[in-house]
Design a protein around this ligand. Sequence first.
Ligand code: ATP
Ligand code: MG
Length: 364
Amino acid sequence: MKNPFHFTEVATAPSFCNREKECQDLTHYIGNAQNILLFSHRRYGKTSLIHKVLGGLKEVQPFYVDLYGTTSVEEFIAITIRALTCEMPTIEKALGWLRKSFTRLTFQFSTDPMTGLPSVTPTLSGSDEEAALQELFSTLESLSRKKNLVVVFDEFQETSAYNAPYFEKRIRKEIQNHQRISYLFSGSQRHMLSAMFTDTKRALYKLAVSYPLPPIETSHYVAWASALFRHGKRAISEEILDDVVQRCENHPMYVQEFYYHLWEEGVPESGVEGLERAILERRAIEFINLFSSMTPNQKRAMKLLARCGGKGLFSAKNLQSVGFSSTSQATRALEALRVRDDVVKNGTWAVADPLFKKWVLKLA
Ligand SMILES: Nc1ncnc2c1ncn2[C@@H]1O[C@H](COP(=O)(O)OP(=O)(O)OP(=O)(O)O)[C@@H](O)[C@H]1O
Ligand SMILES: [Mg+2]
């Protein structure tokens, strides 16, 4: 049996652990054509969950749009259109349908140099992006008359940098009357996304039910991983599997990374502690880059948080230990890190990435 654990790609069976409740919840919302805002810190399993849910739908036609890397409304339109046509049986059929449905766009036919497959690239014929956007959503509405749809916009936070003030307003105007479509907005910048949907002044306010993705429970990880190790005839104790989950604070990508190595190499002589050291070393460049991108006060705040674990954060002794001269200085730096998504505040402050926290702890 091949190593079933993966930590760089979307998790599919058998490397997909549980999430039964989340699958049920999302399927239920989609079935009722509710709009959903799915968010979590990075690499928590949103895309994997979405694909699992879409794969199990029976009565609803899914369209999945990955907005990562898009920088303009024109690209938003183009990539959404590609998602609508990718299942069509022939390029001719796709072109015919596109020309009939979109009067504001022209379509070029080309061969993808990477895959050798034919593809269609839409371009805006005039300068009126807003009208083209309207046409895109009207087309979705027409499609939904035949069968209910779910349209997923993954990495939706990218749209905040489109520099198109009308974008959110137009989306609200179009989708609020779509009775047979569930729009699923997903992304990782919690702060930015929740501002989009929960700020009373923003156009998307209350347009979607908020679904913060919870961590996978420890017992689910242990049951899932022990079954896989058993199946692969590899001996490992539940204590070790549990220890990994605790160290990774239930973060799915890191849990998979530890299990991947335990499967390949077995438990090292230095134990799970030794494996953790090796993983921190492998990730050092990534963590150095992240730390370097912070201002001096943000670095102090990160050290403070890593050391105190959210407790006694603002005591004079702790503030001084990292070089802060006042509580307000520390609070400002923590707030800035929250906007960057590097720390979270759920009652208490915490570092978002559990292994980065361990790396920061090793700094002087
Ligand atoms: N249900 C799951 N069971 C086990 N591991 C999972 C599960 N979901 C995700 N993972 C692990 O987490 C990693 C990241 O998953 P995924 O890409 O779905 O997260 P994401 O939240 O969409 O990430 P990003 O914020 O980068 O878009 C996967 O490579 C996999 O190792
Ligand atoms: Mg993702």
